[in-house]
Design a protein around this ligand. Structure first.
Ligand SMILES: [Zn+2]
Length: 311
């Protein structure tokens, strides 16, 4: 995924619709029995319940049935799109589609006006949405432009993203996972130190002799909380730097799991990715997923979704 906005989830029934948008055409279902047109995509005709529906290319010519202008983002992910013209349009074939109007001044938008489709690519993977604009407009495609592409980098090569740049902020998840960090070894001394600090001296962590005989892992294992705090020792090589904020607050964790044990002597490494980045009334809320793994294990030992608040 290349941005934080909700993206269409194709199903077996709707996939032909989304695929046709990528090809720059509108296809909707046409009933072979009653000749009715059907939208949204379904298994059965909404007029006669026949299952003989055929995906058929249409021109996309439409009229504006109704619209409203959202001046406050409908979701924080749409901050960079405001104001958003939310519309119901009626295709020539008679079906109605919920969509947005693009490329028109507010004063140009009137109910009943003639519209034509605009195919907007919204991520690097080619996901395309169906928008509409005035029939006379001289464009029918909106190409994807990566909002991170033209930003300056700092001395470490990190893209500098100001918290005010909503478009860039919403593209943060597109970086994906960082490369693996440095490795650190969890030895018995470290586990013992943590047992002393935390007061958790359960034999599974601190008694190698007993653990050898009784532990399902054949040895002692590190405390989950120990592996969690070791996170600070990993160099995560984030590809971006957030700028333009006064304070940065650790807001806690959305999710913390210990899916796999860390036997004594294991080498650990970690990687991270931005899971979501939202401008909220409290500031920029960045959720950073950090996963810590025993080297060579695909299954993480810790999944921590850290929430960081910039304002
Ligand atoms: Zn029918």
């Amino acid at each position: 995924m290349s941005n934080s906005k909700p993206m269409p989830l194709e199903t077996a029934i709707s996939a032909p619709f989304w695929q046709s948008l990528k090809d720059g055409v509108v296809r909707i279902q046409h009933c072979q029995d009653c000749q009715g047109w059907v939208f949204y995509p379904r298994n059965h005709c909404s007029h006669c319940l026949s299952d003989q529906l055929e995906w058929t290319e249409v021109s996309g010519e439409a009229t504006l049935y109704s619209f409203t202008i959202a001046r406050v983002p409908t979701m924080s992910e749409f901050e960079s799109d405001k104001p958003q013209v939310l519309a119901v349009v009626k295709l020539k074939e008679g079906v109605q589609i919920n969509t947005t109007i693009v490329g028109l001044d507010e004063s140009q938008i009137t109910v009943g006006m003639a519209l034509k489709p605009v195919f907007e690519q919204v991520d690097a993977e080619g996901t395309t949405l169906l928008q509409f604009t005035g029939k006379e407009a001289d464009f029918d495609r909106l190409e994807y432009k990566n909002p991170l592409a033209d930003l300056a980098k700092n001395d470490q090569g990190q893209v500098q993203i100001s918290i005010d740049n909503s478009a860039a902020v919403s593209a943060l998840p597109s970086f994906g996972f960082t490369p693996w960090s440095n490795e650190i070894t969890v030895d018995q001394t470290l586990i013992n130190d943590f047992a002393k600090l935390s007061g958790d001296d359960y034999w599974l962590h601190t008694d190698p002799e007993r653990a050898k005989k009784e532990s399902p892992f054949g040895s002692t294992i590190a405390h989950g909380a120990l592996v969690q705090v070791l996170q600070s020792r990993f160099d995560l090589a984030l590809p971006y730097e957030i700028t333009g904020f006064k304070t940065m607050v650790n807001y806690g964790s959305d999710r913390l799991r210990f899916p796999a044990p860390v036997p004594v002597g294991s080498n650990l490494h970690a990687r991270s990715r931005v899971k979501s980045a939202l401008n909220t009334h409290k500031g920029l809320q960045l959720t950073l997923e950090v996963t810590t793994h025993v080297v060579g294990n695909e299954r993480p030992s810790v999944i921590n979704e850290l929430v960081i608040l910039y304002r």
